[in-house]
Design a protein around this ligand. Sequence first.
Ligand code: AGP
Length: 611
Amino acid sequence: MCGITGYLGYRSAIQISIANLKRLEYRGYDSAGLAYMYNGKLQVLKAEGRIANLEQLTQQPPQEVGMAIAHTRWATHGPPCTANSHPHADCSGDIAVVHNGIIENYALLQTRLTEAGHTFQSETDTETIAHLIEEAMSLMPDADFAEQVRTALKHIEGSYAIAVLCKKYPDTIFVARQDSPLIIGHGEQETLIASDIPAVMQYTRRVTVLQDGDCAIITPQSVVITNHAGEIQNRTAMYVDWDDQSAEKGGFEHFMLKEIHEGPRTMRDTLRGRMSEAGTISLPDLPLTNAQWASYRNVTIIGCGTAYHAGFAARRMLEQLLQRQVDVQVASEFRYSSPILNQESLVILISQSGETADTLAAMRLAKQKGAATLGVVNVVGSSLAREADMRLITQAGPEIGVASTKAYLAQVAALQLLGLHMAASAHAPTAMLQQQMSSALPMLPALLERCLTLEPQVKELAAHLAHCSCFFFLGRGYDYATALEAALKLKEISYIHAEAYPAGEMKHGPLALVEPGVATVGLCTQKNLRDKMISNLKEVKARGGTVLVLQRETDVQPDCADYLLTLPDAPDFLMPIIAMLPLQLLAYHVALQRGCAIDQPRNLAKSVTVE
Ligand code: AGP
C-alpha cells in the first residue's frame, strides 16, 4: 500500500512518473519502483528507501519511453526491502504490476500457483496478481489483454488499486480499482494515473475518479472504462480546483481531518481477511498452538499516549474473553519497574510507529524476563515489528497528523480480534461472548460511516464549547478509556486543559474545579452504568458547569444535558471505537475554532524516538 503513478503520452514517462511519485511522498513509504517498456523489453527498477534512490537508477532515463508505471510501497506483507517493493513481475518477467490494497486470500493463491509451477520472488500479496495474469494469458491466449486481466482478478478477494504493464501490449496500461483509490488524469494527448489526485495536478486538472469494480484500458488513443464483465461504464471527469496544499490532504483542510474520515476504511482494512463470515478469526501472523496460547497465565499490555489508551480500552474485553486478569501499563513506567514476568507471561506492546523509545525498551525488558512479546503495530518494518516475538499489523495505513486518530480505532479493533483469537485458541469458557463479539465486529465500518455524518452537529457544538477554559471527560467502564483518549486529543491540539476521570471519582476532589466556563463531556454509552453517569453529571450541572452528553440514539435525553450527541446503537464493547470518532472530530473543530496548528501541535512530535 501507498502511492501509484503512471504515464502514457509524448513526454518522458519515467521522469513524470517519478516526479509524480514525489508528490505523494508526504504519505510516507519505505521503497519505490518503476516499470517501463524499452527496446521491446519490460524493465523493472526498484530501490529501498527514498525515491531519490530509485531516481539514481535512472540517471539518464531514455527520453523516448512514453509509458511507465511507478509505486511507493508502505509495507503490509513482508518487510521493506528491494525484493518486496513494487512492481512485481510474473515468472517470465513480461508482466509488471503495482498494487495498493490487501489481497486477503493471497496465501491460498500462492500455494496453488506454486503447485502449478510458478516461482515467487517476494513475500508480498501483490506478486500473486502478476502470476494470476500470467496464468490467465496462457489459459486464454486468444482473449484480449483486458479480458485476461479481468479473469485473473476474479480469483482475488480483498482490496486493490492496480496498474499493469505487459510486454505483449507495449502501448497499453491496464488499471482496476476495488476498495482502494485510483484516478485517471486526462491531459492533452497524454494520460496519467495515480492513487491520489495531487500526483497529477501539475499536468492536468481533469480527472476521472474510478469507482469500485471499474477496470480501464489506457492507450495513446483512448481510455475505456468497463466493469468486470467488460461492459462500458460512463464516468464523468471532474475539474479539480484545489490548491496544491489541500490536494495533498485529499481536499481536507488538515491531515488530521482526512485521517478521521479514513476511520471506516481503516476498520475495513483492519478486519479484512481476519474474520470469516461465520465469525471465525484467522490471524496467520500469530503462529502459536492452542496449547501455547493457553499457557499464558498473565497478560500485560503496554504503550504510550494514544496506544496506551487503546490498551486500556481493550483491557476489560480481554479480561472478560480470557477470564484472566489483564494489566495495562505506560511504557515509560514499566521499563523502570521490576515486573514479575516469566514464561507464562504474554506482553502485548502497542505502537503506531513501532519506534517509540519507551515502548521498545519495555519490549526488551519483557524479553529479558522471559515473557513472550507481541507487537500490535502499524508500521511493518519498524523496530517493534522486527524485534517482537510476534506481530499483529493494525493496517491503518500511514498516519501523518501528529494527533493519532485512525490508528487508535485500528488498535482497539486489532486487540478485539486478538482477544477473540486467544480466547478461541485457549478454549476460554466464554463461547457466548465470543459469538456475540464476532457477529458485532463486522458492523464497525458502517457504524463509523454513520458517526461521520455527525460532523455538522459536532462543528456546531465546538463553536459553543471552544471558549471553555477547562474540560472534564467523564465515563465509567469502557467509557472511562474513551474519556482518557478524548481528553488527550483535545489537549494536544487545542491546548485547552482537559482531564479524564472515572465519573465516580469527581466527588473525591475534582468537583471543586467545576464552575461556569468549565465544560464536562459525559460519556453515557454503557447500558448498566448509564444511571450512575447521569447522577454524576447532575452534580456537575448543579455547580454551574456546562454538560455535553454522549449517549446511544435509543436513550432519552437526560435533563442535565446542555448539549447532546447521539451515537449509533451497538453492543457496549464496540462503544470505545464508535464514541471515539465524534470525539476526535470535537477536538479537531474546537482546535480549528481556536486557530491552532492542528497537524503540528506545539512541542510534540509524531514519533517519540527518544526518552
Ligand atoms: C497521540 O495523539 C500522540 N501522537 C501520542 O500519544 C502517541 O500515541 C504516542 O507517542 C505513541 O506513539 P506510537 O503509537 O507511535 O508508539
